[in-house]
Ligand binder design. Structure first.
Ligand SMILES: O=C(O)CCC(=O)C(=O)O
Length: 309
């Protein structure tokens, strides 16, 4: 009886409708349209012609970055394999953090210098205004129509620049994310929150990579930290023998080109890759902890309780 009921729940979850692709808007929406058509229904879209007035779009080349912020030290995530914040064996491993002049990162990206591991300038705590304030005149400090629709300013404005090998593992955030590509392209693999029953989570011992003097990496456990719930699955090569339910999840893929902005709604799972040297900026607006959040929590609880994942 209970098993039949669970089967019925699983069937309903499998058949839950999702969009087949991420739609494009040819111009930024009004605050009302953004709120009504995208934020409320928690639907992603790619917005064109929303950044063309930013000087960054014309200016941000490697020579320009060298000239304006080349000597500025930035936090760089360094990993042996390009995966920061990802499951490796029985650990959740965070990157080694280096502070390097941006010109050094650019040298490595251009093949003029070597550095052990894979470099990714990314620190998700407003590294743009904090570490690279000289670049702020080249863009708007927020996305006005989004700030008006959401009734708040962004919690963080982040700058991303990295090697093609730098990958962001599948995860979700409680932010409404406006992700702007300035040069190059980003490849997103997305899952709607309704795919939660098919996406595995496990608890992992947290560890951090340390880069030794000789340039090799070792993992050091973060003894004081609690275990971290994380997704062990690589959506590019899912281990379906181990996580068979993932075959029922429906990934949406999209590429965000230079000059485009992805609206990535809160709670959507995302895995991100990029072209070599891609430059991006994103705005994180804290989500409203409204019914959407409550429904997601309910789905999460049911998923765990039903033994799905
Ligand atoms: O660009 C990336 O590599 C990751 C972006 C991301 O995970 C985010 O904005 O939440």
């Amino acid at each position: 009886m209970a098993e039949a009921a669970l089967d019925a729940v699983r069937r309903e979850l499998r058949e839950f409708p999702v969009a087949a692709r991420v739609p494009y808007l040819d111009e930024p929406p009004t605050p009302l349209h953004f709120y009504r058509d995208w934020v409320c229904p928690n639907r992603p879209c790619i917005i064109r012609n929303a950044l063309q007035h930013w000087p960054a779009l014309q200016k941000w080349s490697f020579p320009y970055l060298r000239a304006t912020v080349g000597s500025t030290e930035v936090s760089v995530a360094v990993t042996p394999d390009g995966y920061a914040d990802a499951v490796r064996g029985d650990r959740f491993v965070m990157p080694a953090e280096r502070h390097l002049p941006l010109s050094r990162v650019l040298d490595v990206l251009e093949g003029r210098a070597q550095h052990p591991g894979v470099l990714y300038v990314q620190k998700q705590c407003s590294n743009l205004p904090i570490e690279l304030p000289q670049l702020l005149p080249d863009l708007e400090p927020h996305v006005p129509w989004a700030s008006e629709a959401l009734g708040k300013m962004p919690d963080a404005v982040n700058f991303w620049l990295g090697e093609a090998a730098a990958v962001t593992s599948l995860h979700k955030d409680h932010y409404e994310n406006l992700y702007c590509v300035i040069s190059g392209e980003k490849h997103f693999l997305l899952h709607p929150p309704s795919d939660r029953p098919f996406i595995p989570y496990e608890l992992y011992i947290p560890a951090t990579y340390q880069l030794t003097e000789e340039g090799s990496f070792k993992m050091v456990d973060e003894e004081a930290m609690e275990k971290v719930p994380w997704i062990p699955l690589d959506p590019l090569a899912p281990d379906l023998a181990r996580y068979p339910s993932y075959s029922q999840a429906q990934a949406l893929r999209c590429t965000v080109q230079a000059g485009e902005m992805l609206y990535l709604p809160a709670l959507w799972f995302h895995h991100v890759q990029q072209s070599h040297g891609c430059i991006a900026v994103n705005f994180w607006y804290d989500m409203e902890y409204d019914l959407k959040y409550s429904y997601f929590q309910l789905l999460d609880t049911l998923t765990k309780a039903s033994g799905l994942y």
